[in-house]
Design a protein around this ligand. Structure first.
Ligand SMILES: [Zn+2]
Length: 309
């Protein structure tokens, strides 16, 4: 069982990528003797990730032993209650045996058990950072991983660099009739709609970003912005901050066609009918968007849109 503090906020149910049962053992990251002993321990499990993908079985992730692990950047993921230590390696996945397949975090994030969802989310986030931040931003010298893969150091000037996470806001806006604003992104396939989202800009609060993004994308001015929960979305490096906001009466939607193909208000009955007739599809249950929409609706909604890899 997962302890309550590791689960998502009650209002949104359990968010797929905000789960986990493995202690990150932050204090061990600089304990070289402990790290070396853990890497030699045959009980240690290594999760190999490449480009956001890993090997999975029907019942969870496929791990290898340290001696089976490929060469590649290595990072400490944590230690479970039984004393088993988990590492990640960014490297080639190896051959998929019978019953094993290559899958992305997006595909299996909602299907994995708690321990594995947490490990894969952590590993993909770190691997994405290592794979794209290989040089010192100050002088271009190749950096060296430090703190068991949770930082990188420039050997030329000694500067220390930490994994990047980009905050993004995602918000469900309702009108005075409690209808919700759903939009179709111009880049999305077919009938899929979702709530609005955007990145927090430098020097901006999350609440300011909600107000700005809704106004830019739809021309709607929102009030009463309130936080509802978050989950990491390391594709490649976002943290999704979920909000609700109110749209006072008397406003017309003006769609920014650079970003959106369409946007409109949906009542609960209207949305349900459109989903049942397959006129619309919602984001998958791995996303925080789906949870925020279903929390507004008051229960699960029928939609089986399959995400691309
Ligand atoms: Zn440097």
């Amino acid at each position: 069982m997962t302890s309550p503090e590791l689960t998502g906020p009650a209002t949104l149910g359990r968010l797929a990528l905000a789960r986990g049962t493995v202690d990150r053992v932050t204090r061990r990251r600089t304990d070289k003797d402990w790290i070396d002993a853990a890497w030699k321990d045959p009980r240690t499990r290594v999760l190999v990730v490449r480009e956001g993908q890993a090997l999975v079985r029907d019942d969870g992730l496929v791990f290898v032993s340290p001696e089976e692990a490929p060469a590649g950047t290595r990072f400490l993921l944590g230690e479970d209650a039984g004393g088993v230590v988990y590492f990640g390696v960014s490297g080639p996945l190896g051959a998929a045996a019978d019953g094993v397949r290559v899958a992305s975090l997006r595909e299996v994030g909602a299907l994995l058990p708690d321990r594995d969802a947490g490990l894969l989310t952590h590993a993909v986030a770190l691997a994405n950072w290592h794979d794209t931040h290989v040089r010192c931003p100050l002088d271009g010298t190749p950096t060296v991983p430090d703190a068991a893969g949770h930082s990188a150091v420039c050997p030329a000037d000694g500067s220390e660099h930490f994994p990047r996470t980009d905050p993004a806001v995602i918000m469900l806006v309702t009108d005075p009739e409690d209808r919700c604003l759903l939009a179709r992104n111009a880049a999305w396939p077919g009938r899929r709609v979702s709530i609005l989202a955007g990145f927090v800009e430098p020097g901006e609060s999350a609440e300011q970003a909600v107000i700005r993004e809704v106004a830019e994308e739809t021309g709607i001015t929102v009030t009463n912005v309130r936080y509802v929960g978050s989950q990491p979305w390391p594709m490649p490096r976002s943290l999704m901050l979920g909000f609700r906001a109110d749209a006072p009466a008397g406003q017309a939607i003006t769609v920014d066609h650079e970003e959106l193909a369409e946007a409109r208000w949906w009542s609960r009955a209207g949305l349900l009918a459109a989903l049942e007739s397959r006129e619309l599809a919602l984001p998958p249950s791995v996303s925080i968007a789906r949870h925020i929409i279903e929390a507004w609706y008051g229960g699960p909604l029928p939609s089986t849109w399959t995400p691309p890899r």
